[in-house]
Design a protein around this ligand. Structure first.
Ligand code: PGA
Length: 246
């Protein structure tokens, strides 16, 4: 049985007072019947760590360098995330693929760097609307995932995968539960073929998950929780989504 996981992706939002309030509310609403984490901007990781220590709410980053150290101005390494107690690092989010030209190989290298330090990569895959309309959804997500599987090799079963259709992110237009389930089933089959443990791996759905659609999505056979953007910034909404998973 896979325990559900709900992860907040704060993106580039927050301020110290707002974060403190949000984290207190999320921690204060425990216990949840699922695993819960927040992926916050790098500069707030120390505060998240301090505020969430001693709770079972985990914290993580939204990106990680593929390098452990060196002359890479502006980058943050997996050893640094490990030092800050991060459980997760999102890699390959479509915003990074689109605005920072991240390709499948770089995403795979980042996942490997994270895993090498005991930080679980949440590997995002997803098609654009044009790709969906052209009937390429399966091919696109399989290609994105296969690069990571290939690089992680025998450790591939340790990652978390997030299916995030690009057309559903921040648009208010969510995939229907059936649309999401269809892609999740494809991803699980691919994971299982590669690792033999696909039935134990968690595949999250992300893209306009809200309190009122979470339950239907999380009720699907291969949807093991969510990666939540906008709704993770409002305590009541995020807590309601976590409850829908539990
Ligand atoms: P959204 O973002 O929930 O605001 O659509 C999800 C994500 O980008 O992870």
């Amino acid at each position: 049985m896979r325990r559900k996981l709900v992860v907040g992706n704060w993106k580039m939002h927050g301020s110290r007072p707002a974060n403190a309030e949000l984290l207190a509310a999320v921690a204060g609403a425990r216990p949840y019947g699922c695993d819960v984490a927040v992926c916050v901007p790098f500069v707030y990781l120390g505060e998240a760590a301090a505020q969430l220590a001693g709770t079972d709410v985990r914290w993580g980053a939204q990106d990680v360098s593929p390098h452990d150290q060196g002359a890479y101005t502006g980058e943050i390494s997996a050893p640094m995330l490990q030092e800050l107690g991060c459980r997760y690092a999102i890699v390959g989010h479509s915003e990074r693929r689109a605005y920072h030209a991240e390709n499948d190989e770089l995403v795979a290298a980042k996942a490997q760097a994270a895993l090498g330090r005991g930080v679980t990569p949440i590997v995002c895959v997803g098609e654009t609307l044009a790709q969906r309309d052209a009937g390429e959804t399966e091919a696109v997500v399989k290609r994105q995932l296969s690069a990571v599987i290939h690089t992680l090799a025998h450790c591939a079963a340790e990652m978390v995968v997030a299916y995030e259709p690009v057309w559903a992110i921040g648009t208010g237009r969510t995939a229907t539960p059936d649309q999401a389930q269809a892609v999740h089933a494809v991803l699980r089959a691919q994971l299982h073929a590669a690792t033999g443990r696909g039935d134990r791996m968690r595949i999250l759905y992300g893209g306009s998950v809200k309190a009122d659609n979470a339950q239907a999505l999380f009720g699907m056979a291969d949807i093991d929780g969510g990666l939540i953007g906008g709704a993770s910034l409002k305590a009541a909404d995020f807590i309601a989504i976590c409850r829908a998973a539990g």
